[in-house]
Design a protein around this ligand. Structure first.
Ligand code: 5GP
Length: 345
């Protein structure tokens, strides 16, 4: 047994120090980024915020709403091939750089991925998603997908340490998804004792990825626009959000009425709710590692999007970054023991 002594940080352990700046207004800040991906060589530009591939968040309706802001939606893996075909038939070509097709690693997942990609040859992103990205079989799967789709941009995750980021990039991933345990409906840390505070995971994994020309997504744990800004400040190339996009018209999940208030069901993808819905229950050998919650209904996602983008733009002006690209270079984190003043919350 070994103990690492340096303290790892989550979003709530830091604030960003303001810096002298010549920017006049947050309206001047450019949030679009341009990336050329390591293996696919695909040139992408957009606002690098992604809706999580959960069936209560990563919906076709969410993709359409976010695409209006050049943001991305990782479409959850439970749509049928027919649903994909129908949706793509009525969508414009401009949607393709704004969506990711998600897949697991089973043979059935691979077959379904093949059917979706052959129905939609313009798709750009494949997101290979497992709860634990440390298994050798997962790395092999990433290599298989890379061999099958040399021109697609491949996202693989989740992991939280630099050496595994490198391994996945070398296996064929362009982008590695980072986060084990920080999610709003995740119970992995409680059930297993495994995890890594998200900000430190991002800082360390970004460093590893950028050294090889790869990219990372910070996935999970953002509860407010400030956390999104801290993720970018820590070096994340993309930020993925679940809970912050839950509860809207575009989110999946049943609407429930409780004492005159409306709520939407939101649940983890390995919660009992998701398992019962998609695979007929939680298998006997495993525990559910996700919660089911009801979040207050929040109307269209548009307002939330504006709130997030406005927050990140404002962060950039506080540190003098004219573009999101400069934010991490201009970020100094200070360790703190306080965040917001909660008198009136
Ligand atoms: P949030 O933005 O809600 O904090 O985190 C979203 C992320 O939580 C997702 O992108 C995914 O990585 C993770 N997640 C979603 N469902 C589950 C689950 O059932 N269990 C665990 N451990 N993580 C989940």
């Amino acid at each position: 047994m070994r103990i690492e002594q340096d303290l790892k940080l989550g979003f709530s352990d830091v604030l960003i120090r303001p810096k002298r700046s010549t920017l006049k207004s947050r309206a001047e800040v450019k949030l679009e980024r341009n990336y050329k991906f390591l293996h696919s060589n695909h040139q992408w530009s957009g606002v690098p915020i992604i809706a999580a591939n959960m069936d209560t968040v990563g919906t076709f309706a969410m993709a359409e709403a976010l695409a209006r802001h050049n943001m991305v939606c990782a479409i959850h893996k439970h749509y049928s091939v027919a649903e994909w075909k129908n949706w793509l038939k009525q969508s414009d070509e401009s949607i393709y750089p704004r969506i990711m097709v998600s897949t697991g690693t089973s043979d059935d997942d691979m077959k379904k991925l093949q059917s979706i990609v052959s129905a939609a040859p313009l798709l750009k992103f494949i997101c290979i998603d497992v709860a634990n990205g440390y298994a050798e079989a997962f790395v092999d799967f990433v290599t298989r997908v890379r061999e099958s789709y040399p021109l697609m941009t491949i996202i693989a995750g989740n992991v939280v340490t630099g050496e595994m980021v490198e391994e996945l990039l070398l296996a064929g991933a362009d982008v590695v998804k980072v986060g084990i345990g920080p999610g709003s409906v995740c119970t992995t840390r409680v059930k297993t004792g495994v995890g890594y505070p998200q900000l430190s995971a991002v800082i360390e994994c970004a460093d590893a990825a950028h050294g090889l020309g790869g990219r990372i997504i910070s996935d999970g744990g953002c509860v407010c626009p400030g956390d999104v800004a801290k993720s970018f400040g820590g070096g994340a190339d993309f930020v993925m959000l679940g809970g912050m996009f839950a509860g809207h018209d575009e989110s999946g999940g049943q609407l429930v009425d409780r004492d005159g208030q409306q709520y939407k069901l939101f649940y983890g993808m390995s919660s009992t709710t998701a398992m019962s819905k998609h695979v007929g229950g939680v298998a006997e050998y495993r525990a559910s590692e996700g919660k089911t919650v009801e979040v207050p209904y929040r109307g269209p996602v548009e307002e939330t999007v504006r709130d997030i983008l406005g927050g990140v733009r404002s962060t950039c002006t506080y540190v003098g970054a004219a573009e999101l690209r400069e934010l991490s270079k201009r970020t100094t984190f200070i360790r703190v023991k306080e965040q917001e003043n909660r008198t009136f919350t």
